[in-house]
Design a protein around this ligand. Structure first.
Ligand code: 5CA
Length: 440
């Protein structure tokens, strides 16, 4: 992508309304635009990162055996009356009437709708286990939308829903998602700690929040230092092997970890002082096992091997991709701007032409742009006629992992400079070697 043809509205001033660093940087880097309180457009750079985050989430959901579908954002109030949540949900739910005065709502979550789909088609335990997920916009009329996309009113959610014949198997479904989440967050460059959590309006009694430690986090959290060095399961994890999944979950739930709502002073007191991590955290995922809370009132029954009908056992599993953009930035930035982990960077390489119009610079950059692109790398080429200083600052701000810098003197000598954004390391190498080095 040539910057001269792209839409990257970088702000020079730090926006006053932004209280935390991720919000400031997302606005300055031209990633998001507020349209009304808690409602954001994702501008092209933000959209690219959002897509990359979703792609990783999708890969790990699919790997674990979950199946993608897409449910609408608007739901009927009647469906929610069946579970009893229409009245219980309160003011956070945006209620709408259509032209026929039918009551609708903008979905804050999808337990009811997915249960309706399930009961319409599935009758037998032989069709289980089943886990259906989608990535769809949600709306919650939060009392205090704040910190940009960290706590917005409209936000993207990956929500998965598992269906099983009995408690034991549904616990395995829970473990499967637990392990998929460990892998997902690790691939996003984050260290996420699963913590026992309150279930709120979703319900049930088994629940974990996945928390990123960050000083700007909204929740107070308490955990054992051991979490920082636990191994994340590899690609080869067998999602059909219930025992090994349970063993992984065991390892990841044994050291103490809890959010303030679930904090147990006595258990915390037993953790040696030097192993205690009391910090603030950002919730990036939340998983729930709630058994028959929805299947019973909504009549989602299946016939078991003994011929008896039983309400299906369910769990739900959420991740917030739009919040994740902010969480990743909270975890990875410096005073110059964002430092994207490679896996989610909006472009792989930033190519800076320090002097557009200079024949050597132009020729070298055009060649690098073509060659780097041919290896499959996404290159953002700053071909604009602006000051070199401003180019460097913008490139640092948007945080691409690698920069390739071409100036008139270097270009004449057949050289370019490579800069690694995360470490600031710089190296001058021959133009011929750039593509191989950057794509290695
Ligand atoms: N149905 C369940 C799980 S599918 C559910 O709704 N869970 S939740 O309420 O915990 O939300 C799931 C995830 O959505 C959260 O972990 C968080 O990452 C994200 N999320 C929730 N509220 C917001 C919000 N206001 N802004 C941005 N992301 C949010």
């Amino acid at each position: 992508m040539r910057l001269s043809r792209y839409f990257l509205p970088i702000l020079k001033e730090t926006p006053k309304e932004a209280e935390i660093v991720s919000h400031r940087l997302m606005l300055r880097a031209g990633m998001i635009r507020q349209q009304a309180a808690g409602l954001y457009s994702f501008l092209p750079l933000g959209k690219r990162v959002l897509d990359k985050v979703c792609a990783i989430i999708r890969e790990e959901q699919n790997r674990s055996g979950a199946i993608e579908l897409l449910m609408p954002t608007i739901q009927s109030a009647d469906l929610w009356r069946e579970s009893g949540r229409y009245d219980a949900y309160g003011k956070e739910m945006l209620r709408i009437q259509d032209r026929h005065e039918r009551e609708l709502l903008f979905g804050p979550t999808n337990e009811e709708m997915v249960t309706e789909i399930f009961r319409s088609y599935v009758r037998s335990y032989k069709d289980l286990p089943l886990n259906l997920y989608h990535i769809q916009w949600k709306f919650r009329d939060e009392v205090r939308p704040r910190f940009g996309v960290m706590r917005s009113r409209e936000f993207l959610m990956k929500d998965a829903y598992s269906f099983d014949i009995d408690f034991e198997r549904s616990k395995t479904a829970y473990d499967r998602m637990f392990v998929a989440y460990l892998r997902t967050f690790s691939r996003l460059g984050l260290q996420a700690i699963p913590m026992r959590a309150d279930t709120g309006p979703i319900g049930g009694n088994l629940s974990h929040e996945f928390i990123i430690l960050a000083s700007t986090g909204e929740s107070e959290v308490f955990c054992h230092k051991d979490y920082l060095s636990l191994d994340v399961p590899g690609e080869d994890v067998d999602f059909d092997d219930a025992a090994s999944l349970a063993a992984i979950v065991d390892t990841w739930t044994t050291p103490y970890a809890a959010t303030d709502e679930m904090h147990d002073e006595a258990a915390w007191g037993a953790v040696p002082e030097s192993d205690k991590l009391a910090a603030r955290g950002i919730e990036v995922g939340h998983i729930f096992h709630f058994g028959t809370k929805y299947s019973e009132p909504m009549n989602a029954f299946v016939t078991g091997p003994d011929g008896k009908d039983v309400p299906v056992q369910m769990g739900s599993y959420g991740i917030g991709p739009s919040r994740l953009l902010a969480a990743i930035i909270e975890a990875s930035h410096d005073e110059a701007g964002i430092i994207w982990p490679k896996s989610v960077a909006p472009f792989d390489v930033g190519l800076i032409n320090m002097k557009p119009g200079d024949a050597d610079c132009d020729a070298a950059c055009e060649r690098l742009y073509r060659d780097l692109g041919a290896t499959g790398l996404d290159v953002l080429y700053d071909d604009q006629d602006t000051r070199a200083g401003a180019k460097f600052a913008s490139m640092d701000l948007i945080g691409l992992p690698v920069q390739v810098i071409v100036g008139p003197r270097g270009a004449k000598a057949g050289e370019a400079e490579i800069k690694i954004r995360a470490t600031g390391e710089r190296e001058t190498i021959s133009l011929d070697a750039v593509t191989a080095r950057v794509s290695a």
